[in-house]
Design a protein around this ligand. Structure first.
Ligand SMILES: [Zn+2]
Ligand SMILES: [Zn+2]
Length: 190
């Protein structure tokens, strides 16, 4: 990455100051002034001294997480296109709303994700039987529920599971009806 592009991000000017022999840097993103060790190392300066990033570790990690999340969303859209859905309008924002609505849990088993684990975008009506990638048809599910459900009709599959919960099922119905009302569409669901 060139020096120029590095300077294009962030909204704060990254400045350094030395107080009592300690270098303090202002983070380009949060604008907070922190000691240099709270910034990640980033190669070496032209004079051979250790270089550090201009965004603090906290901001860097937040952004890295966000970038990863965006990438998994575009991977999902890409896979839907390959499966024959050419115009997927489903947005990353819509996915985030779904995750928030279900409290970050798998909408079926209610499990929260362990470190390194990710919620998957599960189609309530499977794509193989004509389900679309629209907000009312995509729910967050753990990968084990997602793969166990496969191409089954979701209610039928769900009611047979040991972790079945009427409350969580109602929440799924509620999600669909909220989204459909917002979309102003007609509901085909009971
Ligand atoms: Zn920061
Ligand atoms: Zn699950």
């Amino acid at each position: 990455m060139s020096r120029k592009t590095k300077r294009m991000y962030g909204t704060h000017e990254s400045t350094d100051e030395i107080i009592d022999g300690v270098v303090y840097r202002t983070c380009r993103f949060c604008g907070q002034t922190k000691p240099l060790h709270e910034f990640s190392r980033n190669g070496y300066n032209d004079d051979g001294s250790q270089a550090y990033r201009h965004d603090c570790k906290v901001c860097y990690n937040v952004r890295r997480k966000e970038n990863k999340a965006k990438k998994s969303h575009s991977d999902f859209i890409g896979s839907m296109k390959r499966r024959g859905e050419p115009n997927v309008a489903y947005t990353h924002q819509e996915w985030k709303e779904a995750v928030i609505f279900f409290g970050g849990e798998c909408c079926y088993c209610g499990r929260t994700m362990r470190k390194g684990e990710r919620l998957t975008r599960d189609h309530l009506e499977p794509v193989s039987i004509g389900g679309c990638s629209t907000q009312d048809n995509i729910v967050p599910a753990c990968s084990s529920c997602n793969s166990s459900k496969g191409a089954s009709e979701w209610r039928e599959w769900y009611m047979k599971q040991p972790f079945f919960s009427q409350e969580r099922m109602n929440k799924i119905f509620k999600w669909r009806s909220i989204i459909r009302q917002l979309a102003g569409g007609t509901s085909h669901e009971p």
